[in-house]
Design a protein around this ligand. Structure first.
Ligand code: NAG
Length: 792
């Protein structure tokens, strides 16, 4: 344990963590290792202390002039090392002796003059082209690098013996950069053991020795002058080119006549794919001589970046040369062509691409001879009218895929003039000038539709259904909401990123359930309640939101700008009005019910009534002036009760009324009755000297004759003097039927319900007594004064 906590251990951990963080920040961790890109970093040596896990190291375009064994010895995992475009003069292959996994080594465009060879047997790709070698740098060691697939070489001088060592290898590609060739030994190049031979011929030189034996692929760059005739000769010799399947020519300058000669030879050869890139065609001669399109192996001709160098030429002759070709695939791109003719007889073309030219709406007008055409690419031309394009396809019964992107297409929505080919399933109308009217001019069975980068602001409701449509790309338009899918019931993929979508339409949720993938990032989302359903789409998992969460950001309201939709939360209650109302109602009902329950359970109305009476009594007491002192009043109250209730009166009522400081005086017959007077006199006396008369009512009281007398007297007084001198306390409930009929006064009083009920609950007693005391309290002249006064 002690060791675990020692400083040394901690320091080691710190370094580890630091190093890991450092790697993560500096290098990209690829799926199978670490990559580092130091290209164009102004380095003049290989960086030190590279992590040992390094697999891919790009040091191209620096000023490194020397390599040392220590540069790479620690990088035992290194697979790719790109040192191209540096200033390295010498190379000893033994510096890679610790890089047992090194597969790719690019040393092209350096200053290498000498090479010390040992076999690096792991190498698959080795590029030594464009260095300062005088002779081909083919060491004996190459013969042992049996995994080599690509080998790039350059020299100023070649000899047949240079390539002997390669005879053992099974190369895929041999590249010979011979631009700087100054001397060549006459004779033919040997038969290379490679699938593809790629030769950059010396520019403007006399090198004509295209005596090649090739397999499968040949790529030749820089063909001018005499090399053109060398090429024609080569192509005329089936013994030399008999196995050739792919021929690519780059950077050519030739006459129209040479071009047709080459094409004729190719037509007659075994070549299947013929590519010409960057060709200047000098058209001065007679162009009327047409090719003889014999049956051919050729499948595809691709011409890119062709320029016709000519003042004037017979366009018909030139373009017919291409339009009448009996091959499946023809591409002429980046060549500024203005027209292309409809073939004169039913054509074999299944694939035509004329992208990046200057073709106009006249292209293939009324053309009925392209019935086999399946794919037509007219990207980036000068096409303007969508309806003309639809008419063009109306006779192309096999056409499935049409690319009209990057043109100037518009659709004038005034006639029913769209007639698309019956079998079209993929249409690319991206980057045009199409508005929403385009939806009235679409092929009925279209499955994949590209409309990105147009000024479409809505999808009209009243369009014909596109039941086959599975995929639509509406990115970079001007749509303000996610559209509904009512017209595209089978839509699976919708791309609507980079529009002006603030929130999805309700129709979207109702009709677009079939969508599997939705790409809707980079829109100015308004983060309000309406958006919650959209955000929940991701959670439900029925629809994949492509680029979630990073591309989905709130734009409005201002305080949420920049918040990821993923982090936008708003509660159900805030958004759902009916829920809100329901909750308010429930709360109200609960409050009312609670209040009612409390009222009933704790007899709140009783308390309120008592408090009210008590307040009134206090008010009365406060108002009464000393002048109002009642004459002849000695007692606050006279108490009348049945003998049966005397226990309660004596033990409870009187002690509670007189309780405090004796400020309340009670007239009670047992206590205050004057001897010698009759009972009735005493009672009357007592009632008259009392401010109030308290009657303790109970079933016994009602039945007592005496009590009734007392009540009679008191009531009499009530009418003669003070209107409210009578206080009735109901000690026990008195059913109305037990009150004898003759006691109608009592009945009337009871009916008025102006009595106090003796509460059973102890908790209410306090208030009961205060109330009663307040009701009987009045300022009486002090006892002594009173006595003295009465004595006089
Ligand atoms: C080496 O880097 C250069 C420049 O970045 C690049 O053109 C070249 O293709 C790279 N080599 C390989 C074999 O990838």
């Amino acid at each position: 344990m002690a060791e675990m906590n020692s400083p040394g251990r901690n320091g080691f951990l710190c370094i580890c963590i630091f190093t890991i963080t450092f790697w993560i920040n500096t290098y990209t961790s690829a799926e199978n290792g670490f990559k580092a890109n130091y290209s164009k970093s102004g380095l003049d040596t290989v960086p030190k202390n590279l992590p040992a896990q390094m697999t891919d190291l790009d040091l191209s375009y620096n000023s490194i002039s020397e390599l040392q064994i220590s540069d790479f010895s620690s990088l035992s995992k290194l697979r790719v090392l790109n040192l191209s475009h540096n200033l390295i003069r010498e190379l000893d292959f033994s510096i890679f002796q610790y890089n047992k996994d090194l597969e790719l080594l690019d040393l092209s465009h350096n200053k290498l003059q000498t090479l010390s060879c040992i076999p690096v047997t792991s190498l698959r790709h080795l590029d030594l082209s464009y260095n300062n070698f005088m002779d081909m740098p083919t060491c004996q060691a190459f013969g042992k690098m049996v995994k080599l697939e690509y080998l790039g070489l350059s020299a100023r001088r070649i000899q047949e013996s240079d390539f002997r060592v390669l005879a053992n290898l099974q190369l895929d590609t041999l590249f010979l950069g011979l631009e700087h060739l100054t001397e060549s030994v006459p004779g033919s190049l040997p038969a290379f053991n490679t699938k593809k031979l790629w030769i950059a011929l010396p520019e403007n030189s006399e090198f004509v020795s295209l005596e090649l034996n090739v397999t499968e692929s040949l790529e030749l760059s820089n063909i001018q002058g005499k090399q053109v005739s060398g090429l024609i000769t080569f192509l005329s010799q089936p013994s030399k080119n008999g196995k050739l399947l792919n021929l690519t020519l780059n950077n050519i300058e030739l006459s129209w006549l040479s071009l047709t000669a080459i094409l004729q030879r190719v037509w007659e050869s075994s070549i299947e794919y013929f590519n010409i890139n960057y060709v200047d065609i000098l058209i001065f001669e007679d162009t009327s001589q047409s090719l003889n399109y014999v049956d051919t192996s050729l499948k595809a001709l691709t011409i890119k970046h062709a320029i016709a160098v000519s003042e004037m030429f017979n366009q018909e002759d030139v373009y017919r040369t291409f339009s009448e070709m009996n091959i499946a695939s023809l591409t002429i791109s980046h060549s500024g062509i203005l027209i292309m003719f409809c073939p004169l007889k039913p054509s074999d073309f299944t694939y035509l691409s004329f992208s990046h030219n200057s073709l106009t709406d006249k292209i293939f007008e009324n053309c009925r001879n392209l019935a086999l055409l399946e794919t037509l690419i007219l990207q980036n031309n000068q096409l303007k009218q969508l309806s003309k394009m639809s008419l063009m396809t109306s006779h192309m019964n096999s056409l499935k895929h049409l690319d009209l992107s990057q043109n100037l297409l518009q659709y004038e929505d005034n006639m029913n003039d769209c007639h698309w080919g019956k079998n079209m399933i993929k249409l690319n109308l991206a980057s045009n000038q199409l508005s929403e009217s385009v939806f009235r001019c679409l092929p009925a069975n279209i499955q994949i539709l590209h409309l990105q980068n147009n000024p479409i602001s809505s999808i009209p409701k009243e369009i014909t259904e596109l039941t086959a449509l599975e995929e639509i790309n509406l990115a970079s338009n001007k749509l303000a909401s996610l559209p509904g899918c009512g017209q595209f019931r089978n839509l699976r993929f919708l791309n609507i990123e980079m529009n002006s979508v603030v929130s999805p339409s309700s129709e979207f949720y109702q009709t677009c359930q079939g969508i599997k993938q939705l790409k809707a990032g980079h829109n100015p989302f308004t983060c309000t309640c309406e958006l919650r359903q959209f955000i929940s789409l991701q959670k439900q998992g029925s629809m994949e939101l492509v680029d979630w969460p990073d591309a989905y950001v709130c734009e409005y309201p201002d305080y949420l700008r920049g918040t990821l939709l993923k982090d936008f939360h708003v509660s159900e209650v805030v958004c759902n009005v009916s829920l809100l109302i329901t909750i308010v109602i429930i709360i109200t009902v609960v409050l009312v019910a609670t209040a009612s329950f409390l009222c009933i359970h704790f007899d709140v109305p009783w308390y309120l009534k008592m408090m009210w009476k008590w307040t009134q009594a206090k008010h009365r007491i406060r108002k009464s002036n000393p002048e109002d002192l009642l004459p002849n009043i000695e007692f606050h109250a006279f108490i009348s009760y049945s003998e049966h209730d005397s226990e309660w009166v004596k033990n409870v009522l009187i002690p509670n009324l007189e309780k405090e400081d004796g400020s309340i005086r009670i007239c009670q017959h047992e206590r205050n009755f004057v001897a010698g007077k009759s009972i009735v006199e005493n009672i009357i006396d007592c009632i008259e000297k009392s401010y109030r008369s308290i009657f303790v009512l109970s079933p016994y009281f009602v039945q007592s004759e005496w009590c009734h007398y007392e009540l009679y007297f008191a009531h009499h007084k009530l009418f003669s003097e003070n209107a409210d001198s009578l206080i009735l306390i109901v000690l026990e409930p008195i059913p109305a039927y037990i009150i004898p009929a003759r006691y109608h006064k009592l009945k009337a009083l009871m009916a008025k319900r102006t009595y106090l009920e003796w509460p059973k609950e102890k908790s209410k007693h306090g208030l009961f007594w205060s109330n009663l005391r307040a009701a009987i309290y009045v300022k009486l002249s002090s006892n002594e004064e009173e006595r003295a006064f009465s004595l006089i």
